[in-house]
Write a protein that binds this ligand. Structure first.
Ligand code: FES
Ligand SMILES: [Fe+2]
Length: 354
């Protein structure tokens, strides 16, 4: 049985909601071309980016008052994908309909479902409150990266890479040596990794953002949700002030929020944001933190693309796991289980001979 490449029965981030304020956005998501735009009532909609007549991408045309007009022979579609006008004839055939995808806005993000539409349950969309809560200053963006989505998940589950990749910002020797790590499966869709770096030197970003002059107690708590939402609760306080026991005052705390949506098998949309709770209303601080993390994540992108090249050159499996991969290995098991389930669900029915 062939294993599926994507977990389709899931909500994925398709865009930041603000992206379609200025006009339609065309984007390939899980291998499908999608056009997102606002319908006549201002609601965000997602259609297959393909005219029913001769398959021209609808994104070659334009959207006027919530109606998409094809650039080839002028057919017009509403937000549900129904054809509402064919300039050259009055009769509109029943099958003049473009497939639509469920699309929901939550926490400033547009979430799409590309699996079976009947199983799309909006209550299962992750509630990333840090993106829309006034108590947090937040800024996010999108990187489209030339690598398979799972390399990004793997990266975020093993933070010992910070020492070697991010020495200019959030990494230093203490991120690897002496860090205490625990990994646990919360349920069939969630894994949590907790790391503590006690009485450790703060890395450059923490010195710049928190003004630390001595050692800190630093934490990284990684929350993974199937298939590819990863929130990392991070921060530090002056060493010995009780952060590990729950007294996280006087230091800095941030939420690094990552949402990875496969574009194709070998490319990914990496949506991410950084939220902080020190002077949340101060746009200058929010921008400075964002830039620190942006620099950092561009370093990761260089790693991802080099790994992808290696995979395409025949490094077909990633067989060696270290202790630091404990969380990542649990994630891999749950992802593989979900992929297998989907492959089975979509497999052609076998003929049963009695
Ligand atoms: S291809 Fe769109 S109207 Fe003909
Ligand atoms: Fe990184």
């Amino acid at each position: 049985l062939e294993v599926a490449v994507f977990i389709r029965e899931a909500w994925y981030v398709a865009a930041w909601a603000s992206e379609i304020d200025d006009g339609p956005v065309a984007r390939t998501l899980l291998g499908r071309p999608v056009l997102m735009f606002k319908d006549a009532s201002g609601k965000a909609r997602a259609l297959l980016d393909r005219c029913t007549h001769r398959a021209l991408p609808l994104s070659k045309g334009e959207v006027v008052d919530g109606i998409v007009r094809c650039a080839y022979h002028g057919m017009e579609y509403d937000g549900s994908g129904r054809c509402v006008r064919i300039p050259s004839q009055d009769f509109i055939p029943d099958n003049a309909r473009v497939p639509a995808f469920p699309l929901k806005e939550r926490n400033g993000l547009l979430w799409i479902w590309t699996g079976e539409a009947e199983s799309a349950d909006p209550s299962t969309i992750p509630d990333l409150i840090w993106l829309s809560d006034q108590a947090w200053g937040v800024k996010g963006t999108l990187f489209t990266v030339c690598c398979n989505w799972r390399l990004i998940v793997d990266n975020l589950m093993d933070l010992t890479h910070l020492t070697f990749v991010h020495g200019r910002t959030i990494g230093n020797a203490a991120t690897t040596i002496g860090a205490e790590t625990q990994a646990e499966r919360v349920d069939d869709t969630q894994v949590r990794v907790t790391r503590w770096m006690m009485s450790a030197a703060p890395p450059p970003t923490y010195v710049r953002a928190g003004g630390f002059t001595g050692a800190v107690d630093r934490w990284q708590i990684i929350h993974w949700m199937l298939p590819s939402v990863i929130r990392i609760d991070v921060g530090a306080t002056d060493a010995g002030t009780g952060a590990r026991e729950g007294r996280r005052v006087g230091g800095i705390r941030m939420q690094n929020i990552n949402m990875i949506t496969p574009e194709t098998e070998t490319t990914s949309h990496y949506f991410w944001a950084q939220a902080h709770d020190f002077s949340p209303g101060n746009a200058e601080i929010t921008e400075r933190i964002f830039q620190e993390i942006r620099t950092t994540f561009l370093e990761d992108v260089g790693i991802f693309e080099a790994q992808q090249t290696a995979l395409e050159q025949g490094a077909s499996d990633l067989r060696l796991d270290l202790i630091s991969d404990l969380g990542g290995v649990q994630v891999r098991r749950l992802i593989e289980r979900a992929l297998k389930r989907e492959a089975q669900a979509s497999a052609p029915l076998e003929t049963v001979v009695a």
